[in-house]
Ligand binder design. Sequence first.
Ligand SMILES: CC(C)(COP(=O)(O)OP(=O)(O)OC[C@H]1O[C@@H](n2cnc3c(N)ncnc32)[C@H](O)[C@@H]1OP(=O)(O)O)[C@@H](O)C(=O)NCCC(=O)NCCS
Length: 181
Amino acid sequence: MKIRESKESDKSDIFNIHTLAFGKKEGPEIAELVADLFDDRTADPSLSLVAVEKNRLIGHILFTKATLSGHTDSVKIQLLAPLAIRPEFQKKGGGGRLIKEGLKRLKASGTQLVFVLGHPEYYPRSGFRPAGVLGFSAPYPIPDEHAAAWMVLELVPGMIGSVHGQVRCSDGLDHPRHWGE
Ligand SMILES: CC(C)(COP(=O)(O)OP(=O)(O)OC[C@H]1O[C@@H](n2cnc3c(N)ncnc32)[C@H](O)[C@@H]1OP(=O)(O)O)[C@@H](O)C(=O)NCCC(=O)NCCS
């Protein structure tokens, strides 16, 4: 499996991967979110990576720019959303590889903190920790029963504990429907 940055010509495959991976109910909305984020200049800088197996796209991960209230220009933040692996290729390490490669590239380009709202049993495998108790609130309130799904990872040691505040996302993600989980 190879990982590379996505190209304009990958777009329809990427939308398809999200539609299939997230299923009939959520899939179309997630594909639409990705399309919006691709066109959203407030999401820049962003990082869009695809996983390729035998010339076929099997996974996609997107990171977009976020900011921290009170530290708008001084702390470099990215938000991981969304991540999907084509159903027949799941549980083969593809998701983990996409996260790892994404974090490596973000670190190299100076990102200090990465946030995600996602499966609380999955992302800690890649180093994410619950963000709320560490002083970071999400762009919209996360219901108490899902608090563990809001997570953070530091790419620069010492960031956690030295800054805190509310994370503000790009326009494309700035809607309560994206923060319900
Ligand atoms: C979640 C997803 C990206 C994981 O990618 P993947 O390539 O299947 O996962 P990996 O191969 O990296 O990791 C597999 C391991 O993670 C676990 N895992 C996968 N999805 C999980 C989930 N939703 N919750 C908890 N653990 C999960 C698997 O059980 C497996 O565990 P094992 O190693 O003990 O067998 C993929 O299953 C997917 O696209 N799901 C549908 C869309 C989605 O939910 N995206 C994430 C939104 S936050």
